[in-house]
Design a protein around this ligand. Structure first.
Ligand code: NAP
Length: 244
């Protein structure tokens, strides 16, 4: 299927590895002009080179670096038509293991940069009359995971943002959606030290997802074909989360 995004510009945050990288790769393959953002410059440059993307080094939990990243995006690929909001996940914690400073740090890591990039890039999308915004969140937003308190709470907040914002900007040809990975085989997943055999047994599909499977969903939502899908939170989880 032709996604009809050839020549569109796309910014993929957290784009050097995992689902972000697979998404950037899929968008580049469709002919979009892609920029990817991450902290580790060496890994970022290698990933950018592999798919012909522009690398932008930034720590998205640091406001000054987020603002510099916005400027660098504008001076390289321009104001993006497509914005994929993604980073690494926050630290695992039960409520007893959280702290006020931990909450502030987690909000910097997941929430505040999202607002900064939306503030910078939504208005140009509105002027252009076309835009796609995808937030990579987690099924934790709809089915909380006991050891991932920061993720449960802040991602539910991001879903509230998707819901409210999508209604405000739909008339301008902009869609805003969240995609919820279930258990996807990435470095992040391996770093959590979980028993993957047990996890696979719990998934109706009996296997972890592949980053490319998430990328297929995200790139479809970024496409011209998905113009009438907005304000949704869509899982890619092999049937893990059960809700009507
Ligand atoms: N994998 C899963 O099963 C799963 C399930 C539910 C939710 N999620 C969520 O989905 C998101 C992506 O997960 P993933 O598994 O694809 O992760 P990943 O493989 O660890 O990739 C994360 C990407 O984000 C970049 N990044 C991390 N922190 C950053 C920061 N502060 N500033 C800029 N870039 C940053 C990383 O590069 P650098 O480290 O070089 O910065 C990398 O490019 C995460 O938020 C995760 O919590 C994942």
């Amino acid at each position: 299927m032709d996604l009809d995004i050839k020549g569109r510009s796309a910014l993929v945050l957290g784009g050097s590895k995992g689902m972000g990288f697979s998404t950037a790769e899929a968008l580049a393959r469709e002919g979009a002009q892609v920029a990817i953002v991450a902290r580790n410059e060496t890994a970022l440059n290698a990933s950018a080179l592999a798919i012909g993307a522009t690398p932008i080094v930034a720590d998205l939990s640091n406001r000054a670096q987020v603002l510099a990243c916005i400027e660098k995006t504008q001076s390289t690929i321009g104001n993006p038509d497509i914005l994929v909001v993604n980073t690494g996940g926050p630290k695992p914690a039960t409520f007893a293991e959280t702290s006020p400073d931990g909450w502030r740090e987690a909000a910097d890591h997941l929430f505040h940069f999202t607002i900064e990039v939306l503030t910078a890039f939504l208005e140009p999308m509105q002027k252009r009359g076309w835009g796609r915004v995808i937030l990579i969140t987690s099924t934790a937003a709809v089915e909380p995971i006991p050891t991932l308190l920061y993720s449960n709470v802040l991602r539910a907040g991001l879903h509230g943002l998707v819901n409210s914002l999508s209604a405000e900007v739909a008339q301008h040809g902009i869609t805003v959606n969240a995609v919820m990975p279930g258990l996807i085989a990435t470095d992040r997943m391996k770093s959590l030290g979980l028993n993957l055999g047990d996890m696979e047994e719990r998934i109706p599909a009996k296997r972890l997802g592949k980053p490319e499977e998430m990328a297929d969903l995200v790139s479809f939502l970024c496409s011209n074909r998905a113009a009438y899908i907005t304000g949704q939170a869509i899982a890619c989880d092999g049937g893990l989360v059960r809700k009507i």
